[in-house]
Design a protein around this ligand. Sequence first.
Ligand code: AMP
Length: 452
Amino acid sequence: MYFLFIKSESKTPGGLPARPVLTSYYKSSHFKNRPFDPYTNYTSPNETILCPDSYQSMYSQLLCGLCQRTQVLRVGAVFASGFIRAIRFLEKHWQLLCRDIRSGTLDPTVITDPAVREAVLTKVLHRPDPELADFVESECRKDSWQGIITRLWPNTKYVDVIVTGTMSQYIPTLDFYSNGLPLVCTMYASSECYFGVNLNPLCKPSEVAYTLIPTMAYFEFLPVHRNNNNGELVDLADVKLGHEYELVVTTYAGLYRYRVGDVLRVAGFKNRAPQFNFICRKNVVLSIDSDKTDEVELQGAVKNAVDAHLVAFGGSVAEYTSYADTKTTIPGHYVLYWELSVKGTTAIPPSVYEDCCLTVEESLNSVYRQGRVSDKSIGPLEIKIVEQGTFDKLMDYAISLGASINQYKTPRCVKFEPIVELLNSRVEGSYFSPKCPKWVPGHKQWSNNVKN
Ligand code: AMP
């Protein structure tokens, strides 16, 4: 049960079709007429994958997955966020799904696409199955959804999702839903070029290393973390163990020395082929003054705050993003939007969120803290708690603008005004750092992106 989605195509001003790599692939005859292979023998009929309406596509794929529950050996989606979205969809719509399973029909107001109707009714939902509907209902009705994957799909051996890079924040949620099944990251790829594979798929997510396939493109590497003002590139054969590089590709399709925007670290070698840990996307996410905070640093700071203050209340951050607010305060300040998942029963007092603000600030690099303490060029950090479902709305919004569900990643920083407005319209509480973080003059701790 691997969830696959397409997105609608657009045209470039010159009239060429433009679409993400997976849409291209799923619509191609390579995919549609693929020979039998257990690895690509999906519970979703092609018609449900190729349905341009993402709601109908998700609904029908889940329905087919439930109907074939005992045959499912692997569950997943390209990115962890997409898979979790499917589980959330099930949480919201299981009653509708069970009604269709019980009656052996498809609600005509839900599934209107004729190709999807025909495929599901002829290939999967052959007859009313009240027994299955009762079972799914009884599992979904339970208070806790812990282990829901293994309860509904009992033969599942592993979860096939990418959980490296920023997707690593979903690991606890996946562990919860799957009762700790292995999380397998198989590939590292992009729309511009396929990069590599994980040759040790059962390793821990924190140890995943991708071996770049040398024939996929011409790979070169721009060293990071040292003076490299002349932009000297290193060849695949010359990268050094432990060093970090920005990936540069020259592709068959014609991109020349294209900077992908990812930072990789050499983790080891398979024979003489280097293997890389995915570190982060290179972009700086937040900056108010001379401070530059990248994704890794922000993610680490959020984790520190959650571990130090929220865990005791059974709280965790289900989703987050950030915003460099230079409009409403002078000096500007960092704003973090947090959607919480709270399992405890005690209400979290405001002082705990204020402590979280301070811990985030304490965890940021010295350039940031100097700006706060000495230069006073940055205002106190703010955490805004948003209502449940806000980040789903954000994704819906991105999809309505043309993003693809497969490839959607929650942005760790937002700038686009309508998105900031959407987030602000769903704020339940707002908290500021109560004092300045610690900063020792003359003690420089460089941030990852300080060379920029
Ligand atoms: P796209 O342009 O939507 O095709 O996305 C490609 C980008 O997704 C890559 O440049 C990476 O930043 C990210 N990505 C793809 N595969 C992985 C992976 N295995 N781990 C972490 N990030 C990934």
